[in-house]
Ligand binder design. Structure first.
Ligand code: C5P
Length: 233
């Protein structure tokens, strides 16, 4: 039998790097909140999916009002975020049963296509952990800061042909993700794949999308606007 689909939309960050008052997930892109765009893409890709939205405690009322005011009626299970992304995912997983398939997606990645979401869910039916990645096109340097200057780390050369950037949604069979998130927190946990890998499970990979950017800075917001204007032509 097919596993029931869930998506956890991570939107509990405070967005301090954007330098704005309102966390970036609530900023509007062409008249619609980034978070609404993100949720709508998952519902379009997988109608009937259960949506768990993780929010900063201080903005839960704001988001409820925004949805009412904008007639955004998609059912959402709202969950309070934690101190780090790891703790936010852990809170959300309490709302996800075993035997389901669960995608964890950054709320600030609204430009993912619904066709990629649909194809990732199809692939994830056959593997317990599926991670979208894109090949690294830049030459990467491992540097450290010494006395305010960037210097080369001795002995650290990186072969670009092995490097890929991990994106979201990362999709898992829910019992594996729930078990992995029972581990103690480690600062090396920067995404869900790193948590599941430390738990000892194999990861599978699929190619993601170059435009599936994480909107983190004001420049990213401009880039997102530019990408959206391309697809409207
Ligand atoms: O901070 P970072 O850029 O890694 O955040 C990635 C995603 O995780 C964002 O969508 C952010 O809202 C979310 N997040 C969260 N809870 C936190 C920190 C970040 O849901 N405590």
């Amino acid at each position: 039998m097919d596993r029931k689909r869930f998506v956890i939309i991570m939107a509990a960050g405070s967005g301090t790097r954007m330098g704005a008052q309102l966390p970036k997930q609530f900023i509007e892109l062409e008249g619609k909140a980034i978070l609404q765009r993100t949720i709508e893409t998952f519902v379009e890709a997988s109608p009937g999916i259960s949506v768990v939205t993780v929010l900063p405690e201080a903005h839960m009322g704001y988001w409820k009002n925004y949805c009412l005011k904008h007639n955004f009626t998609c059912p959402q299970i709202l969950v309070k975020g934690g101190i780090t992304r790891f703790h936010s995912v852990r809170n959300a997983l309490e709302k996800v049963p075993e035997g389901a398939v669960v995608a964890v997606h950054d709320g600030v990645r609204p430009l993912i296509s619904s066709s990629l979401v649909a194809s990732l869910f199809e692939k994830a039916a056959a593997v317990p952990a599926l991670i979208p990645v894109i090949p690294c096109v830049d030459t990467m340097k491992m540097l450290e800061e010494k006395d305010g200057e960037l210097v080369t780390m001795a002995g650290k050369t990186v072969d670009r042909s092995y490097l890929y950037g991990a994106q979201t949604p990362q999709i898992f069979h829910s019992e594996i993700l729930k078990d992995a998130y029972r581990q103690a927190y480690d600062t090396a946990f920067t995404d869900d794949a790193s948590v599941v890998e430390k738990y000892g499970k194999n990861l599978s990979y699929a190619i993601g999308e170059r435009f599936n950017i994480k909107i983190t800075t004001q420049d990213d917001l401009k880039l997102a606007e530019a990408i959206m204007s391309l697809s409207e032509k």
